[in-house]
Design a protein around this ligand. Structure first.
Ligand SMILES: Nc1ncnc2c1ncn2[C@@H]1O[C@H](COP(=O)(O)OP(=O)(O)O)[C@@H](O)[C@H]1O
Ligand SMILES: [Mg+2]
Length: 271
C-alpha cells in the first residue's frame, strides 16, 4: 500500500511498480481495474503503455501521479533532486489552464516553486520558442487551436522539469497532420532532454515511433500481457521510421497480440 519516494540504491530505476492492483467500489459493486501489475521503468526511458479502451491505462498513470491510490502493491518513485518536482502530468485535453495566458501557463510550475523571476522568464521564453509558440505568449488557450493548446501543455510540463513526465494520450484529439507534427516535436524534445516518460496511447503506431519500450495490458481488468523492446535507431524521424522494415515487423507482432484483447474489450462493452 505504501508509496515511498526515495530509493537511492536504485538510481538506474526511476519507477518501480510492484504487484499493483486497483479495485473501485461503485454502486453496482466492485470493479477490478488493474490486476497485479509489476514493471520497472528506467531513468531516462520513454516507456509506452498500450491496451484496449477501459483496460486501466489512465488508472495506472493516476496511481503513478499520486492522484489515485492502489488497492494492493507498491509504487516506488526515485526522486533524486528534491529541487525538482517529482512528476508532471499531461492529459488528453484541457491540459492548459484556460484562465492563464500561454506564458503564464508555461511558467506556472516554476512560479509555484518560487523560482526567481529572471530564471522563470528565461526558461519560459526558451520553452515557448522550443514548441514554436513565439508571438502567442499573451494569448489565452481559448484563442488557440487544439494542437497549439497541447503545445502549451507540453511546454509547461517540460519547463517544470519534473523527474518523471506522465502523458495520457496527449495527441488523441488532434487531427492527423497536427498529430504527426506533435509526435515529431515530442520525439525531438525528448531526445534532447532524455526525461523519464510514461506515455499512454491506444495507437500501436505512436507507441512504436515514440517509445524505447512498450507495455501491453490485457482487456479489463488490466494485467501485463507483454513487454516489447523498440530497438529502432535514434534520433528518430517519423517518415523514416514508418518506412523502416523493422517498424512493420514490430507493428505486426504487437497487433497480433493486441487484436485479441481489443476483441475481448469489445465483447465486454457489448454485454
Ligand atoms: N473513479 C472510478 N470509479 C469507478 N470505476 C472506475 C473509475 N475510474 C476508472 N474506472 C473503471 O476502471 C476501468 C479502467 O478505466 P481507465 O483506467 O479509465 O481505462 P483506460 O484509460 O485504459 O481506457 C474501467 O472499467 C473504468 O470504468
Ligand atoms: Mg484512458
Amino acid at each position: 500500500m505504501a508509496t515511498s519516494l526515495v530509493n537511492p540504491e536504485k538510481r538506474h530505476v526511476s519507477i518501480q511498480v510492484k504487484n499493483i492492483s486497483k479495485r473501485f467500489k461503485t454502486r453496482k459493486g466492485i470493479t477490478e481495474a488493474l490486476t497485479d501489475i509489476s514493471v520497472d521503468v528506467k531513468e531516462g526511458e520513454f516507456f509506452c503503455i498500450v491496451g484496449p479502451s477501459g483496460c486501466g491505462k489512465t488508472t495506472l498513470l493516476r496511481i503513478l501521479a499520486g492522484l489515485e491510490e492502489q488497492t494492493d502493491g507498491e509504487v516506488i518513485l526515485s526522486w533524486q533532486d528534491r529541487q525538482r518536482p517529482l512528476s508532471t502530468m499531461v492529459f488528453q485535453e484541457q491540459s492548459a489552464y484556460p484562465w492563464l495566458t500561454v506564458e503564464q501557463n508555461v511558467e506556472y510550475g516554476l512560479r509555484l516553486r518560487k523560482v526567481p523571476k529572471s530564471i522563470r522568464r528565461q526558461v519560459t521564453r526558451d520553452w515557448i520558442e522550443m514548441v514554436g509558440l513565439q508571438g502567442f505568449e499573451h494569448h489565452y488557450p481559448g484563442q488557440l487551436s487544439g494542437g497549439m493548446k497541447q503545445r502549451v501543455a507540453i511546454a509547461r510540463a517540460f519547463a517544470n522539469d519534473p523527474e518523471i513526465l506522465l502523458m495520457d494520450e496527449p495527441f488523441v484529439n488532434l487531427d492527423e497532420q497536427t498529430k504527426i507534427i506533435m509526435q515529431q516535436e515530442l520525439i525531438h524534445l525528448w531526445e534532447a532532454n532524455r526525461k523519464t516518460v510514461v506515455f499512454i496511447t491506444h495507437s500501436i503506431d505512436e507507441a512504436i515511433m515514440m517509445g524505447d519500450r512498450i507495455m501491453m495490458l490485457t482487456a479489463h481488468p488490466g494485467r501485463v500481457k507483454r513487454l516489447f523492446d523498440i530497438d529502432l535507431p535514434r534520433p528518430r524521424n517519423i517518415a523514416e521510421i514508418r518506412a523502416n522494415p523493422h517498424f512493420a515487423e514490430l507493428f505486426t507482432d504487437i497487433w497480433a497480440l493486441l487484436k485479441s484483447e481489443v476483441e475481448l474489450a469489445r465483447r465486454q462493452d457489448a454485454n
